[in-house]
Unconditional design. Structure first.
Length: 128
């Protein structure tokens, strides 16, 4: 039996194949650092968008060149700004950011949970 969430994702992916939507997926995993923080999330989203069309690929390529062909580590703000640039182009079709397992991010008492930063990113993206 297919779960409702899987069926929704499949429907969005079909829409994406026909140019009626754009979709990127991210699974948060507390066991892998790059899968539980904002930097890993935005990097993954950018790469996935890059694979969808040359326009997005060109934006990411320019971003890569601005950061010394990958030898300069971009800040979270720089990554978010690159994502915003891509999302502006996507304005003609619905964009679906599917984030799974946010509730499974490890929470430590000394730091805010990683999901708080991700939720703040979503607020920023919605407001822009």
């Amino acid at each position: 039996m297919i779960s409702a969430s899987s069926s929704i994702i499949e429907n969005i992916e079909v829409m994406s194949k026909y140019g009626q939507a754009s979709v990127v997926l991210f699974y948060c995993d507390c066991k892998e650092d790059q899968k539980r923080d904002l930097h890993g999330l935005v990097s993954s989203l950018l790469v996935q968008f890059c694979h969808q069309t040359n326009t997005y690929c060109n934006i990411l390529s320019n971003f890569y060149m601005k950061h010394a062909k990958g030898s300069k580590h971009p800040s979270n703000d720089a990554l978010v700004n690159c994502l915003k640039e891509i999302l502006k182009i996507l304005g003609q079709v619905p964009v679906y950011l599917v984030l799974d397992a946010l509730d499974e991010c490890q929470i430590t008492s000394s730091m805010p949970p990683p999901c708080e930063k991700i939720l703040e990113l979503l607020r920023v993206l919605i407001d822009s």
